[in-house]
Design a protein around this ligand. Structure first.
Ligand code: B12
Length: 652
């Protein structure tokens, strides 16, 4: 006869220890889901940490109680935005926490958090001179308790909604309560360790503060789940709906990986696909996200854009979606040259431009007859639907897809553009460019043209520059240095608002690469042309490449001296990378010189091929130092960063 089990044990049995129908008890799943969500909003935790850090480390010390005038509004914005966005994520309204919906949510819920954050401070002012067990309450304590207060207020607010109460059966298991209490305790312990035993003096970078914030937000999301599971699904979200997931996975290489979250621009391809996809598709965008398995979904169409350095992430995501039965299409400058490799992971590949084939792909998808490969016409110009989409899409998205020409007059053997665009140079109708730019007038101070080379069609460029002054826009773009040979073009560019050009110098005047034809043969004129561009009042972001045939550490030193003479606004030194589709890729492959085909390393920051003078292991450790050394010692921005660093470090 089985022994009569006590209540607690029964509950634990059902919720934790004994596998019921679903192996994983709801709480464990909830913990897992909450960790998933929290890591997609890591940027907010980081912002919360920076806010607390600046407040505790600077504002309070210098402005005392007045620091609250800065701290509280920012904290309200952060919590209100998080609160609303967690609800969005839990309901499936949004998959990813985007800045746009974050702002919208902050506006929606700020009053709620204004109340709960101000209350503790009023209390503080009242109990200023009171001490508890010999501890005098300090402002920092109040800041901490305000966080706990937020959680408790969140519970009250959610419980206030009649539909749901903690006591409702199945709403909250013992384990859930244990998880919440456990987190609150961990938070309290971390707080006291931090504040009363100065743990931060032992641990670098205040891990304790960010750890405490992480736990704090975890609680937040965990409780959000507990309540939201019982809300009715919002109107309008139906399962029949056709969904298109557009994904731009994070790039490879440390700089690119974190750059992907903080600095990444809005991928132009997203706007192209949105313009060409029928409006009855619900489109979900994944650009600046740390990918998580909770994003995988069956029954959807998935479009993944990949260049070499993010292709391993792209392949992993494609494979997992395909396993679920979703249909996966890939495209971009990497898979266009290695379609067979991509087809091992996805259903279809678009080689070249998708504008001419995407409507056919949608049709084939809806008739369940997708082909393995779709050959788009490379560089197929600027179809009107895309311009129309750009004319109505949010400026925050369009600003990263301002393109006047596509293609380049040079055919450098390390660049993919000649293979992507062929010898044709496509110029967008100037009327369309001006119409689009007029949307930015008075709204954006600075815009960026993504042209590979804004001076690839000099006639067109000068005509455009002549028409731009009335827009009163400042702009930057990529350009080849031969613009300096055309005084008129340089003057017109400046009058049109050009303040900076990214110029691919690639080599210095003493490099043997200059004997090759093309833009590198201009190397002897680099100093003269640089002076002309600077004299025209245009800043230079100088890009150099290390790793050419005869490069060695002496040539690197000469390159450094050359950069000092150029003294651009920013110096960027990349490592020669044989991208698929480039001449050096096929040459090196043919000569069996490629050492690594781990595409993550194809981010211009790693040596992936054998070099007679440079050892790849050596460059692995030295390249980041070379990158920073060249930036800090040869460029104006570098000098500024050094001064700021000295200023901040001299603060202690
Ligand atoms: C704008 C641009 C950028 C922008 C934004 C790129 C983005 N997509 O988010 C910024 C400045 C951020 C950037 C950064 C880098 N870039 Co860049 N960039 C370009 C540039 C000039 C234009 C790309 C673009 O957006 N064109 C407009 C859109 C509409 O066209 P598209 O992206 O080319 O896509 C077309 C087709 O490929 C296809 N397609 C593309 N994706 C998909 C997806 C699907 C599902 C389908 C069906 C079709 C499809 O259809 C599109 C048009 O119809 C290209 C050069 C070029 N002309 O292609 C280099 C280029 C893509 N960049 C390149 C590189 C190497 C980089 C960096 C690694 C450089 C570095 N050192 O850091 C970084 C990577 C940063 C990161 N993301 O992590 C290389 C890529 C080579 C490779 N095989 O990987 C290129 C080709 C330049 C070159 N000279 O070789 N870049």
């Amino acid at each position: 006869m089985r022994k009569k089990e006590s209540n607690i044990f029964k509950i634990c049995k059902t919720t934790v220890f004994y596998p019921g129908k679903d192996f994983m008890p709801s709480s464990i799943l909830l913990i897992n889901k909450s960790i998933n969500i929290i890591s997609t909003i890591f940027i907010v935790i980081f912002l919360g940490f920076v806010l607390d850090f600046i407040n505790a480390g600077f504002l309070i010390g210098n402005f005392g109680i007045f620091s609250l005038l800065v701290y509280v509004p920012l904290k309200v914005y952060l919590f209100a935005g998080i609160y609303g966005s967690v609800l969005d994520i839990v309901y499936g309204e949004e998959y990813v926490l985007g800045i746009s919906n974050f702002n919208a949510n902050a506006k929606k819920f700020w009053k709620l958090y204004c109340g709960c954050l101000i209350l503790p401070f009023i209390l503080f002012i009242l109990i200023q001179n009171v001490s508890f067990f010999g501890f005098r309450v300090r402002l920092a304590d109040v800041i901490y308790f305000s966080n706990v207060f937020v959680i408790s207020f969140f519970i009250y607010y959610a419980a206030k909604i009649k539909y749901v109460s903690l006591s409702k059966k199945g709403c909250c298991t013992i384990l859930d309560l244990f998880v919440i209490l456990f987190c609150l305790c961990v938070e309290a312990i971390l707080y006291f360790l931090d504040h009363y035993f100065a743990l931060y003096e032992y641990l670098p970078g205040n891990f304790v503060v960010i750890g405490r914030l992480y736990v704090h937000f975890f609680e937040f999301i965990y409780i959000a789940h507990l309540f939201c599971n019982y809300y009715a699904l919002p109107a309008g979200s139906n399962a029949e709906e056709k969904e298109l997931f557009i994904i731009n996975p994070a790039g490879g290489g440390i700089l690119n990986y974190f750059g992907s979250f903080f600095l990444r621009t809005y991928p132009p391809i997203f706007l192209v696909l949105k313009a060409l996809t029928p409006k009855y598709y619900r489109i979900r965008e994944f650009n600046r996200v740390m990918w998580h398995k909770r994003y995988f979904k069956k029954g959807v169409l998935v479009a993944i854009t990949s260049f070499s350095s993010n292709s391993p992430d792209s392949y992993y995501i494609a494979k997992e979606f395909k396993k679920l039965g979703a249909k996966v299409i890939m495209g971009g400058p990497h898979v266009s040259f290695l379609p067979r490799e991509a087809l091992e992971f996805c259903d279809s590949v678009v080689v070249g431009d998708c504008t001419s084939v995407w409507p056919e792909i949608i049709r084939d998808y809806e008739h369940n007859c997708l082909k393995k490969e779709y050959r788009g016409v490379f560089n197929s110009g600027y179809p009107l639907p895309i311009h129309e989409e750009l004319m109505k899409a949010p400026l925050a998205e369009v600003k990263d897809f301002l393109e006047t020409t596509r293609g380049c007059k040079f055919r450098c053997d390390f660049c993919t553009v000649p293979a992507i665009c062929g010898s044709t140079i496509n110029s967008k109708p100037i009327s369309e460019v001006l119409e689009l730019l007029s949307r930015f007038k008075g709204k954006y101070k600075l815009i960026n043209f993504i042209d590979n080379n804004i001076f690839c069609n000099p006639q067109y460029a000068k005509e455009l520059f002549k028409a731009m002054p009335p827009l009163n826009l400042k702009w930057v773009s990529q350009c080849t240095i031969d613009i300096a040979a055309d005084e008129e073009a340089l003057k017109l560019a400046k009058q049109a608002g050009c303040i900076g050009l990214l110029i691919g110098y690639e080599i210095n005047a003493s490099s043997l690469e200059k004997d090759k034809k093309g833009k590198l043969s201009l190397a002897d004129k680099y100093i003269e042309y640089t002076k002309k561009i600077k004299k025209a009042g245009i800043n230079i972001k100088a890009h150099f490449i290390f790793g050419f045939e005869d490069d060695n550490f002496l040539s690197l030193f000469k390159l450094w001296i050359f950069c000092l003479r150029i003294n651009p606004a920013i110096t960027v030194i990349s490592f020669l990378t044989p991208f698929p589709g480039t001449k050096i890729y096929s040459d090196m492959l043919g000569a069996a010189r490629i050492e690594s085909l781990n595409w993550r390393n194809y981010s211009c920051q790693n040596q992936v091929f054998k070099h007679k003078n440079i050892n790849s292991l050596f460059s692995l450790f030295v390249y980041p130092l070379i990158y920073v050394f060249f930036l800090f010692t040869t460029s104006k921005v570098g000098y500024l960063l050094v001064i700021i660093a000295i200023f901040v470090l001299s603060f202690d």
